[in-house]
Design a protein around this ligand. Structure first.
Ligand code: FES
Length: 132
């Protein structure tokens, strides 16, 4: 699992570990998807996070994949492994198991590198404001 250096990260998986999702196998889903990510050699490309309730308990167990913003419902360990293989591994969301998906693009860049690339200094906006 990517943890410290996120530059190689392609997906962030939020696994609901709220009360309802835990009663619907959230722990097993968490273990299954993490084991499958490791087995597929995707540790540097995928970061996973256990969350509290995501507000869609009727869909328990919920798992969300960003940057695609695909909200998966009724995950089981077997479905979670399939999401790891097909969505995280091949880049193909399994829409038949999803309730929503985000349309757009997010790019993660370390903040210091982004500022350096754009030629802006960290406090440039403050300095501009102070000169008025
Ligand atoms: S506990 Fe998972 S959505 Fe509410």
């Amino acid at each position: 699992m990517a943890t410290w250096d996120l530059r190689g990260m392609k997906h962030h998986v939020l696994i609901c570990n709220g009360g309802t999702c835990l009663r619907h196998g959230g722990d097993d889903v968490t273990t299954a998807v993490r084991e499958e990510i490791a087995r597929l050699g995707l540790d540097d490309a995928v970061h996973t996070t256990r969350t509290r309730c995501n507000g869609r308990c009727q869909d328990a167990c919920v798992m969300i994949v960003y940057p695609d913003g695909v909200w998966y419902r009724q995950m089981t360990p077997e479905k979670a492994k399939e999401v790891a293989r097909v969505h995280l591994g091949e880049g193909v969301p399994l829409r038949e198991w999803a309730t929503y998906e985000y349309e757009g693009e997010l790019v993660l860049t370390p903040i210091g590198e982004r500022e350096a690339a754009s030629g802006k200094r960290k406090n440039e906006h403050i300095e501009k404001g102070a000169s008025r």
